[in-house]
Design a binder for this molecule. Structure first.
Ligand code: GDP
Ligand code: MG
Length: 213
């Protein structure tokens, strides 16, 4: 019993974050700025990679696992697997590119479909809308008000970041981590039921699985 307790105390929560968004919006630049405190201008655009970092979340040690996607998501099966494995999503567009903003709706729809939630239960999926390249104010194509309004319609938070200046980069990742933690801590009883009467969402079950010693 005592040994068990000791082992549990040493366990660290692992939170799985997926970077989604069109090519060129700064998913890799944001990831590398968060991981290594540096702005990488020419990261290979077709390269997807995963990263892990120790963080302190609400005064507790935790780990973040970041999957930086890079276009392979065009293959539906690969994309769906990525999305299924994610516990939270940073959905990135560039404020200098209105088409990347429009694309975020598709990413949102795909994630909700793979997670099997409808608009009533979509709030159970931790998701942040991220307007990146805020340092390029002169080239802005998407107003803050439009992005904010769109986020409110989806019932998600909106944050503007710059992977170049590091503005709000930690905030984006930590706000998402906090929502992931809140969802994982919800009890099964609080979850909505699906058509078969089963409780939805895997986070309660994941709570056990997603810990490492
Ligand atoms: P990804 O395809 O979404 O991974 O985009 P990348 O991270 O590869 O970034 C695409 C290009 O945008 C690169 O040339 C980056 O240097 C640039 N970039 C990314 N984030 C920012 C930013 O916040 N500000 C500026 N000025 N450039 C950025
Ligand atoms: Mg990239």
């Amino acid at each position: 019993m005592a040994a068990n307790k000791k082992q549990n105390a040493g366990q660290t929560s692992l939170h799985k974050v997926i970077m989604v968004g069109s090519g060129g919006v700064g998913k890799s630049a944001l990831t590398l700025q968060f991981m290594y405190d540096e702005f990488v201008e020419d990261y290979e655009p077709t390269k997807a990679d995963s990263y892990r970092k120790k963080v302190v979340l609400d005064a507790e040690d935790a780990q973040i696992d970041i999957l930086d996607t890079a276009g392979q998501e065009d293959y539906a099966a690969i994309r769906d697997n990525y999305f299924r494995s994610g516990e939270g999503f940073l959905c990135v567009f560039s404020i200098t590119d209105s088409s990347s903003f429009e694309d975020t709706q598709d990413f949102r729809d795909q994630i909700l479909r793979v997670k099997g939630v409808d608009s009533n239960t979509a709030g159970s999926i931790p998701f942040l809308l991220v307007g990146n390249k805020s340092d390029l104010e002169n080239n802005r194509q998407v107003s803050q008000a439009d992005a904010q309004q769109f986020a409110e319609k989806m019932g998600v938070q909106y944050v503007e970041t710059s992977a170049k200046t590091r503005n709000n980069v930690d905030k984006a990742f930590f706000d998402l981590l906090k929502s992931i933690k809140v969802e994982k801590n919800k009890t099964v009883e609080q979850r909505p039921t699906d058509s078969t009467g089963e409780k939805q969402g895997c986070f309660a079950r994941c709570k056990k699985r997603c810990t490492i010693s």
